[in-house]
Write a protein that binds this ligand. Structure first.
Ligand code: NG1
Length: 464
């Protein structure tokens, strides 16, 4: 793996020794991911089609006898993270990178203690990242998963990767987002040469073959989607809207089909299964149950009763009256559900098109996904639209926003034959003219914004 070679050749070992006075004992690799299709479906237990990529975090670690976790980042803009390890760790201020490490440690620590009957060992670590932060390539979950592997590795505590993925999905909620399980799953289970079609509840990751001649690029819009403050509100709000939508569908289903057992629906996936089995159009059903108008908080509270407040808390929405609620235009439940049900159907169709080498058909699903993310889920931005448009004008078969949205990256698909021409043109037309972007003045480099993505294997740890 190129990234591992990079670690041993870099200054990381000296950095570790100068910080901690000893040599590291283990290495850890935790990659980022790019999601090809299936956006905002995972927390509804509907499938996704991501792949792990060759960029991520390189870690060097060693157990310490201090009961502490001490982590240093080679990038000096991240201050040292240091805290007492336990199952209940007070969080750092919102948005602080230490929270991603704390998230993993507080969830993993009690498991080791329970299995061993004694406290786990803390660890010292240095890390270096080749992933752009907050760019929709899952640097946050790569940090969470890497911290989990650092802790389990120095404690010689073996866990099945699928169990680690489930544990880390819930662990990351500590940071304030109510995300699904896609990122942690693909980071832990990723395989070289293929994407994964991931199903949830229970977690099932199937190899998704990609055509030999397909090439993928993650292209960074340079608009950072930092998941604290407004962006976190916008993400959790959509998770809430899906959960509230499920409640409204469930109530409508009882009225029109008392035998439907909708009281057992836990996720939008369960409603999707019901629609499929009963031959019902989700579009028509949602229209009847929800209507197309935005729901004001008051109207939704009246419709849902006590569940409204419970869901707000469960989905980590801030208290009423706090700043993100100001200028709130209502809950767009109908359009959110239309996106989620449509997107879930596209995931499997796109995987099938890939498997049988039908690139043009896959490109159609990818383009439709982007339009749905923009028009129904409202996660695109003018910068992303400009970038996705330019990618297509430069020869991409399709380009779509990837990850949570509100900035971040676009994934562009092209053919291997046209890949070099595509990336050259995109650099010349989109990035090179950016004000202040002169290589001589330390401007951005093509390979740091137009990232050639081969499907790569998932996270790993090893003895040095
Ligand atoms: P990113 O792009 O890493 O913030 C987020 C969620 C995913 C998924 C996608 C949208 C986390 C850790 N990740 O990804 O679970 O919902 O958005 O498809 O919350």
């Amino acid at each position: 793996m190129t990234a591992q070679i990079r670690a041993t050749k870099s200054e990381l070992p000296q950095f570790f020794e100068s910080e901690f006075g000893q040599l590291p004992t283990h290495g850890v690799w935790s990659p980022g991911r790019v999601n090809l299709i299936g956006e905002h479906t995972d927390y509804n237990m509907l499938p996704v089609l991501p792949m792990a990529i060759g960029r991520g975090f390189n870690w060097l670690v060693r157990a310490n006898g201090l009961g502490k976790v001490r982590v240093r980042n080679l990038d000096p803009s991240y201050r040292a993270a240091e805290f007492d390890a336990s199952g209940e760790i007070p969080p750092s201020p919102p948005g602080h990178w230490a929270n991603y490490i704390k998230a993993a440690v507080q969830a993993t620590w009690p498991l080791i203690r329970q299995a061993r009957g004694e406290e786990a060992a803390g660890f010292d670590a240095v890390l270096d990242s080749s992933l752009p932060p907050a760019a929709g390539l899952s640097s946050s979950s790569a940090l969470v998963v890497g911290s989990h592997l650092a802790l389990t590795t120095v404690n010689h505590f073996a866990m099945n990767p699928a169990d680690s993925a489930g544990l880390m999905c819930h662990a990351e909620h500590y940071t304030g987002t109510a995300g699904g399980g896609m990122d942690q799953a693909v980071i832990l289970l990723g395989q070289s040469h293929c994407a994964l079609e991931i199903h949830f509840g229970p977690l099932r990751a199937e190899k998704a073959l990609l055509p030999e001649d397909a090439a993928f690029f993650a292209v960074d819009s340079l608009q950072r989607a930092v998941k604290s403050g407004k962006t976190r509100f916008e993400y959790n709000r959509r998770v809430f809207e899906c959960a509230a939508g499920l409640e409204l569908l469930r109530r409508h289903a009882v009225r029109i089909d008392p035998a439907c057992q909708s009281e057992q629906w836990r996720h939008l996936r369960d409603a999707a299964v019901y629609f499929k089995q009963s031959g019902i159009s989700h579009t028509r059903f949602s229209l009847e149950a929800i209507g197309t108008e935005a729901w004001s908080p008051r109207r939704l509270r009246n419709a849902l009763g006590a569940i409204y407040a419970e869901l707000l808390t469960e989905k980590k929405m801030p208290p009423a009256g706090s700043s993100p609620w100001r200028a709130f235009g209502g809950f767009n439940i109908h359009s959110r559900l239309a996106h989620v049900f449509g997107e879930a159907e596209r995931v499997h169709k796109c995987a099938q098109a890939f498997a049988s080498g039908r690139l043009d058909e896959a490109a159609t699903h990818i383009s439709l996904s982007h339009a749905s993310c923009r028009d129904l889920y409202h996660i695109s931005t003018p910068e992303i639209e400009r970038l996705a448009g330019n990618a297509v004008r430069c020869g991409a078969l399709a380009a779509r926003i990837t990850g949570a949205g509100f900035g971040g990256s676009v994934v562009a698909m092209t053919t291997r034959r046209r890949a070099a021409e595509f990336s050259g043109k995109l650099w010349e037309t989109h990035f090179a003219p950016m004000p202040g972007n002169k290589p001589a003045s330390g401007g951005i480099r093509p390979e740091s914004v137009i990232i050639d993505c081969e499907p790569a294997s998932g996270a790993a740890s090893w003895i040095l």
